[in-house]
Design a protein around this ligand. Structure first.
Ligand code: G3P
Length: 218
C-alpha cells in the first residue's frame, strides 16, 4: 500500500520523506488555507520535495472553471494530480482532464455508487473519506471494502482507491487489510504508526542489559 501524507506543511513533508515513507502528498483548500501560502508556490515546493503524485484541488464548481483551474494546476509540475470534487461537473472535468493526460484525484467520495462513477470517468485516484463517515456514525471502512470489491470485479477499471480522512493508525491497517491502493495520512498519524510501548520498553531493557557487559560494538 502506498502512503501519501495529507498536509500542505512542506517542513513536515520533507521530514517524513527523509524516512522513506512518503509516496505522494494530498492537499485540499482547507490545508492550503492552513499553510498561509499561495497555492501555486506551495504546490511547486511540494512537487519538488516529493516525486510522487501531489494532489492540488480546484475550487471552481462549474465545468469550465474546473478545466481552467485544472490545466493551471497541472502545469505547475509533472507530478501534480488535479483534485476535483465528486460532482456532476467534477466527473465531467475528470474525464476531460484525464483525456488531456492529467492525473486526476476525485475527492469527497462517500458512497460506492460515487466511486463507480469516478472509475467510469477515468479517475487516477478516488478519495473516499472514511473519518467523516465515522464522524456521523457510519462505517467508513465498510465503504472501502465495497469499493475494493466492486473494482476487483472489473479489471479494466484502473482507478486507485486512495483512503482519505484517516483519523488513526487503525484506519491505515484496515485499509491495507482490505487491499486499498493508497492511504493519505496526516503527519501525526503517520508518525504514530512507528510507535508501540512494548518496543520502547524492550529496547530499554536490551540497552540496560548491554550496558552491564561493559562492551561496545565499535
Ligand atoms: O484531504 C482529504 C482528506 O484527507 C481530508 O480529511 O481530516 O479533513 O476529514 P479530513
Amino acid at each position: 500500500m502506498k502512503f501519501f501524507v495529507d498536509t500542505a506543511d512542506v517542513a513536515e513533508i520533507r521530514s517524513l520523506a527523509e524516512l522513506g515513507m512518503v509516496d505522494g502528498v494530498t492537499t485540499n483548500p482547507s490545508l492550503i488555507a492552513k499553510s498561509g501560502r499561495k497555492i501555486a508556490e506551495v504546490i511547486a515546493e511540494i512537487c519538488d520535495a516529493v516525486p510522487g503524485p501531489v494532489s492540488a484541488e480546484v475550487t471552481a464548481t462549474a465545468f469550465d472553471g474546473m478545466m481552467k483551474e485544472g490545466r493551471y494546476l497541472k502545469a505547475i509540475a509533472p507530478n501534480v494530480a488535479v483534485k476535483v470534487p465528486l460532482t456532476v461537473d467534477g466527473l465531467r472535468a475528470c474525464k476531460a482532464l484525464t483525456g488531456e493526460g492529467a492525473m486526476v484525484n476525485v475527492t469527497l467520495c462517500f458512497s460506492a455508487a460515487q466511486a463507480l462513477l469516478a472509475a467510469k470517468a477515468g479517475a487516477t485516484f478516488v478519495s473516499p473519506f472514511v473519518g467523516r463517515l465515522d464522524d456521523i456514525g457510519q462505517d467508513g471502512m465498510e465503504l472501502i471494502a465495497d469499493i475494493v470489491e466492486i473494482y476487483a470485479n472489473y479489471p479494466a477499471l484502473t482507478t486507485e482507491v486512495l483512503v482519505a480522512s484517516v483519523r488513526h493508525p487503525i484506519h491505515v491497517v484496515q485499509s491495507a487489510k482490505l487491499g486499498a491502493d493508497v492511504a493519505t495520512v496526516p503527519p501525526a498519524v503517520l508518525r504514530a504508526l512507528f510507535h508501540h510501548p512494548l518496543t520502547d520498553k524492550g529496547l530499554a531493557a536490551f540497552l540496560a542489559d548491554w550496558a552491564k557487559t561493559g562492551q561496545s560494538i565499535l
